[in-house]
Ligand binder design. Structure first.
Ligand SMILES: Nc1ncnc2c1ncn2[C@@H]1O[C@H](COP(=O)(O)OP(=O)(O)O)[C@@H](O)[C@H]1O
Ligand SMILES: N[C@@H](CC(=O)OP(=O)(O)O)C(=O)O
Length: 459
């Protein structure tokens, strides 16, 4: 049995972090498949290599060389610390130079190729460094593994057919080296071009490989001791979550727990591979285990409260909407025409709200989208709310408890926080609320306080 181990950008930010990663790998012989992100921030105001690469892609004139050098320096510091030879390191330099000279189908394709270099070069470097420790390590590109994706070049989605090839290739590769080092975050489309998953997408690659290799465990190493019940940037020293279910993680990750990518849960669910989130700085701590079902005792009503301000909403009011056959169909056809997907659509008798990911609606399309909806649906009222935030209160413990929603609503009411929308998922393990963005952090604090004030570590 093998473990897939993913290291995030913070875990690979410099040579000192590399050292911790190597020790983690060597501490457990089952850690064979190593998925790496691009080097992340070394300190608070540092810039991630992925962002340096975006700068490089957009640079012109004199700035091109400066931007390229900034990326190269990050790898050079690590290579020097491990005495990687100049000739071995040269491939990293050459790849960065080539990026700017290659022909690309369009701007989006070019950007994806640049961004993917962060992970690709880090995986090449990690394999070179591992060899310095007298172990066999092999860089394996996603193309060789058959990781294929479709959709936007910079927001791609895995092709489900990929698994047949991944599974076939994986077992053979394991015999070839002690460590297979795979770059996260990117895949190839049907034309063989590079495309990336959405930001933070190395978690997805790790999960795909956990399924592909039928791993016993997917270990995801990051910079926190565990997943907490609230974002530690909003609540100081929040309650650590020791165990949680896939369902809980999916909802919380979607709604703002950026420690794990929400789409990365899916391959793990499909193969029923448990996930553990651990800190590269404290690898012996238990971390957070994410598993198929709740097989552990818990007296918590809620597991976590997440928030995200990446949303916008359209409120539509029309009398007798409930009696109008095909109203929603017409609305969805308009969205389809504009190539827009929506996130949620809670509705009442005479109104409905459509919640979008803000990046779906640009300033260019918004006026004509609204005017088409007004004219084709004859609405009585249309309101565009661009400061929309979502709160997600999640917990397996909510399912059988009476009065949880009551406590959420009262906690917000006590602080005069208006609720724009409230929606309880059919799974009954989550309640979603819409609030204004300027109140969202306070809302998280109030809900957190309500449910964790007697649990020892409340803010
Ligand atoms: N509920 C949460 N629990 C733990 N960390 C969280 C939570 N919500 C957001 N985070 C953030 O996620 C960060 C780790 O994710 P990320 O920056 O993507 O790490 P990596 O570089 O390892 O990929 C933490 O430093 C923390 O700020
Ligand atoms: N490097 C990519 C992908 C990724 O997963 O990064 P990280 O592990 O640092 O979140 C990004 O910055 O989006």
């Amino acid at each position: 049995m093998v473990k897939v181990v993913k290291f995030g950008g913070s875990s690979l930010a410099n040579a000192a972090q590399y050292q911790k990663v190597i020790e983690i790998l060597r501490a457990d012989p089952e850690r064979r498949i190593v998925v790496v992100s691009a080097p992340g921030k070394r300190f608070k105001d540092d810039v991630k290599v992925t962002d340096l690469l975006i700068k490089y892609a957009n640079a012109s004139g004199e700035n091109v060389k400066v931007a390229r050098q900034a990326v190269l320096d990050r790898y050079q510091e690590i290579a020097d610390a491990y005495h990687v030879s100049d000739s071995d390191f040269e491939q990293i330099n050459v790849h960065l130079i080539d990026l700017a000279n290659l022909h690309h189908a369009n701007k989006a394709c070019r950007l994806a190729h640049f961004k993917a270099a962060g992970e690709r070069l880090n995986a090449i470097l990690m394999a070179l460094v591992l060899k310095k420790f007298n172990v066999t390590a092999r860089f394996v590109d996603p193309k060789q593994l058959g990781i294929k994706a479709h959709g936007d070049y910079n927001n791609a989605i895995l092709d489900q057919h990929s698994y047949a090839q991944i599974e076939a290739v994986c077992s053979n590769l394991l015999d070839e080296a002690e460590y297979l080092v795979v770059p996260g975050f990117y895949a190839y489309n049907q034309n063989g071009e590079v495309c990336t998953f959405s930001r933070g997408g190395s978690d997805i690659t790790g999960a795909i490989l956990a399924r592909g290799f039928q791993a016993q465990l997917y270990e995801n190493f990051t910079d926190v001791d565990s997943i907490y019940s609230a974002d530690p940037k909003i609540i100081a020293q929040p309650h650590p979550i020791r165990e949680m279910t896939y369902r809980e993680m999916r909802e919380l990750a979607y709604a703002g727990f950026s420690v794990f990518h929400d789409e990365a849960i899916i391959p793990a669910i499909e193969a029923q591979v448990p996930i553990v989130i651990k800190n590269t700085d404290h690898p012996n701590l238990p971390g957070t285990v994410i598993e198929p079902e709740q097989n552990y005792a818990s007296d918590l009503e809620i597991t976590g409260v997440a928030s995200s301000s990446r949303f916008a909403a359209l409120y539509i009011h029309k009398y007798l909407l409930n009696r109008e056959v095909g109203f929603t169909l017409k609305l969805l056809k308009i969205l389809y025409r504009y190539d827009i997907s929506y996130e949620h659509m809670p509705s009442g008798i005479d109104d409905l709200t459509i919640i979008f990911n803000q990046n779906q609606i640009t300033d260019e399309i918004l006026p004509s989208l609204l005017s088409d909806i007004r004219e084709e649906l004859h609405t009585d009222q249309l309101e565009w709310i661009d400061d929309y935030a979502i709160l997600m209160v999640v917990g397996e413990g909510m399912r059988d408890k009476v009065g949880v929603v009551d406590r959420i609503v009262n906690a917000l009411a006590r602080k005069q926080i208006g609720i724009q929308m409230i929606n309880q998922g059919a799974s009954r393990i989550s309640t979603m609320l819409g609030v204004h963005q300027n109140q969202v952090n306070q809302a998280v604090r109030e809900i957190y306080r309500e449910f964790f004030k007697n649990k020892g570590r409340a803010d």
